[in-house]
Design a protein around this ligand. Structure first.
Ligand code: NI
Length: 484
C-alpha cells in the first residue's frame, strides 16, 4: 500500500500535515495532523481574566474578531451581564466585516487556484497543476477578480475598523459590549464601504463560484465527509442571556445522522487519544480541560484535540450553518451539498446573505444610547462560556476564573479543531475526524500531484505553510515544491 504525505498543506492558514494510504489510486485511510503547538491556553493562566479577549485575538491574524467575540461572550457570561442593543449590534458589525474579509480571502487567495489557471508568475505559482476547465474568457476574468479581491479585502478591514478601532486585532470589543460609540458619520461611512463590498460579492464572488461549480459539477460528489453538522449560532438579534435559545441570524442547532436536533452545549467533550497531550484530558468537558503537552506520546499524530458531540464527529463552518438553518438554496442541492463544491457554494451564499443583513443592522444603531454594560468580576470562582460562529465555524471559549480575578483554565475549541482533529476510539469503534472522513474514498489520479486532496482540505478552509513535500512510504521524495 502506498502512502502520500503532504506536509505542510499550503494555501490554508496554519500548519497541517496530511497523510493518506492509497490503493489503486483510491484513498483508503487518512490522518490529518496539526503540527504547530501554540499553547495559548497556558499563556492565559494566571493573568487578569479581563485581558483574555485581547490576548486570545492573537491566536489568529485572519479570524481574531471571532476570538474577540467568543472571549468577550465568555467574560459576559462569567459576570452575568450582556451588551445593550448598540453593543450587540456593533459586535455583530465588527465580526461581520471580518467575515467579508475572510470568505473573500478564502475563495480567491487560498482555494481559487485549484480551479482558475493563473499566469505562470508569482503569486499564482508555484501551485499544483489542476485540470483547468473554465472557458478562457471566464478564466481571464477570474484572474482579474483575484487581484481586485485584494483591494476588497483591505476595504473590508477598513470597514470593520470604523467600529473596531483597527483590524485585524480589534480594540473595541470589551466585556459588556464595545467601547466605540455610534454616530451618523460612522454609520454612513460604514454603509458606503458595505455598498461596494456587497456589489463585489453579488456581481463577482457569487457568480464566479457558480461558474466554477458548473464546470466542476463532479466535485458535488467528492469530499462528502461525516454529514453531521454543528452550529452554535451566531450574530444575536435580540437581548437575552441564554445564547442557545435567543434569536440569532444563524440559530443554534445540530444535524446528526440525518436528524435535526436542538443544540445542547453539555454534550461537547474533548478527547486526546491521538493528540500530543497527557491523557488526563480524555473525555472531559471543555471547562475543566487540561492542556499538558506530551510531545513523545505513542500513537499520537496531532497537536489538535478531538472535540466530539455526544461522541460524534461534527463538521462545522458555512455548510454546517446553512444546512442547520435550512437555507433553501443549499437545501435544494440535496446530498450534493455534502461535498467540496457544496462547501464553496454555502460560503459564497452566506457572504451575500450576511452583507445584506449588516445593512439593516447598522441602521438600527441609536447614537447617544449606551454601548456597554458596567461590570465587575464576581469575588468567587466562576466559569464563563462564549459560543459563537467564527467565519470558519462553531467557536467556543471556556473560561474558568479564580476568586481573585485571574484566569485559572482557558480553553478555545476552534472550528478547525472540530473539522480537522484526529480520530478517536480504536478498532471498530474508531471515529475519524470530519476531514479524514471527507478524504477517504477519493481517487488521486497522480500521487505526485495530489490536487484532489488539497481541494478537499481547502474546501473546509483550515490554515497555511510554505513548502510541499510529496513522499513515498519509505521517505523518498518524489517531488518537492517551494511555495511562497
Ligand atoms: Ni484562524
Amino acid at each position: 500500500m502506498a502512502k502520500i504525505i503532504v506536509d505542510p498543506v499550503t494555501r490554508i492558514e496554519g500548519h497541517l500535515k496530511l497523510e493518506v494510504e492509497v490503493e489503486d489510486n483510491v484513498v483508503v485511510d487518512a490522518w490529518t495532523g496539526g503540527t504547530l503547538w501554540r499553547g495559548f491556553e497556558l499563556i492565559l493562566q494566571g493573568r487578569d481574566a479581563r485581558d483574555a479577549e485581547q490576548l486570545v485575538q492573537r491566536i489568529c491574524g485572519v479570524c481574531p474578531t471571532s476570538h474577540a467575540t467568543a472571549g468577550a461572550m465568555a467574560l459576559d457570561d462569567a459576570m452575568g451581564i450582556e451588551p445593550p442593543p448598540n453593543g450587540r449590534i456593533i459586535r455583530n458589525l465588527i465580526l461581520g466585516s471580518n467575515y467579508m474579509h475572510s470568505h473573500i480571502l478564502h475563495f480567491f487567495h487560498l482555494a481559487a487556484l485549484d480551479y482558475v489557471k493563473g499566469p505562470d508568475i508569482a503569486p499564482f505559482k508555484p501551485r499544483y497543476e489542476a485540470d483547468y476547465r473554465l472557458p478562457a474568457d471566464v478564466n481571464a476574468q477570474a484572474v482579474d477578480i483575484y487581484l481586485e479581491a485584494l483591494t476588497i479585502r483591505r476595504k473590508a478591514h477598513e470597514m470593520g475598523a470604523i467600529w473596531g478601532g483597527k483590524l485585524p486585532h480589534v480594540q473595541a470589543i470589551v466585556p459588556g459590549g464595545v467601547s466605540e460609540v455610534p454616530d451618523t458619520s460612522k454609520i454612513y461611512k460604514f454603509l458606503n464601504y458595505l455598498e461596494e463590498i456587497q456589489a463585489f460579492i453579488d456581481n463577482k464572488y457569487v457568480p464566479l463560484v457558480k461558474a466554477v461549480a458548473e464546470v466542476y459539477s463532479d466535485w458535488f460528489s467528492i469530499g462528502v465527509g461525516c454529514q453531521n453538522f454543528l452550529c452554535y449560532g451566531g450574530f444575536p438579534l435580540e437581548e437575552g442571556r441564554d445564547h442557545v435559545k435567543k434569536k440569532k441570524f444563524w440559530d443554534s442547532g445540530v444535524y446528526i445522522r440525518g436528524q435535526y436536533k436542538e443544540f445542547d452545549p453539555g454534550l461537547i467533550a474533548e478527547e486526546v487519544t491521538y493528540s500530543w497531550y497527557e491523557d488526563d484530558t480524555g473525555g472531559n468537558t471543555p471547562d475543566v480541560a487540561v492542556v499538558t503537552a506530551d510531545a513523545y506520546k505513542k500513537g499520537a499524530y496531532s497537536w489538535i484535540k478531538s472535540p466530539r458531540y455526544n461522541g460524534e464527529a461534527m463538521e462545522v463552518g458555512p455548510l454546517a450553518r446553512q444546512w442547520v438553518n435550512q437555507n433553501p438554496d443549499v437545501i435544494a442541492l440535496g446530498d450534493k451539498a455534502f461535498s467540496v463544491m457544496g462547501r464553496h457554494f454555502a460560503r459564497a451564499v452566506e457572504t451575500s446573505q450576511l452583507a445584506k443583513a449588516m445593512k439593516e443592522w447598522v441602521l438600527q444603531l441609536e447614537p447617544g444610547q449606551p454601548v456597554c454594560t458596567p461590570h465587575e468580576l464576581p469575588k468567587k470562582e466562576v466559569v464563563g462560556v462564549g459560543l459563537c460562529e467564527g467565519s470558519r465555524g462553531a467557536l467556543g471559549h471556556w473560561h474558568r476564573i479564580s476568586a481573585d480575578g485571574r484566569t485559572k483554565v482557558y480553553n478555545a475549541v476552534v472550528p478547525t479543531t472540530w473539522n480537522s482533529g484526529p480520530r478517536t476510539g480504536s478498532g471498530a469503534a474508531t471515529v475519524r475526524g470530519p476531514m479524514e472522513q471527507a478524504i477517504i474514498g477519493t481517487r488521486v489520479a497522480d500521487p505526485s500531484n495530489p490536487v484532489e486532496l488539497v481541494r478537499i482540505v481547502r474546501s473546509m478552509d483550515p490554515c497555511y505553510g510554505c513548502a510541499i513535500h510529496v513522499m513515498t512510504p519509505n521517505g523518498k521524495t518524489l517531488s518537492q515544491f517551494a511555495v511562497s
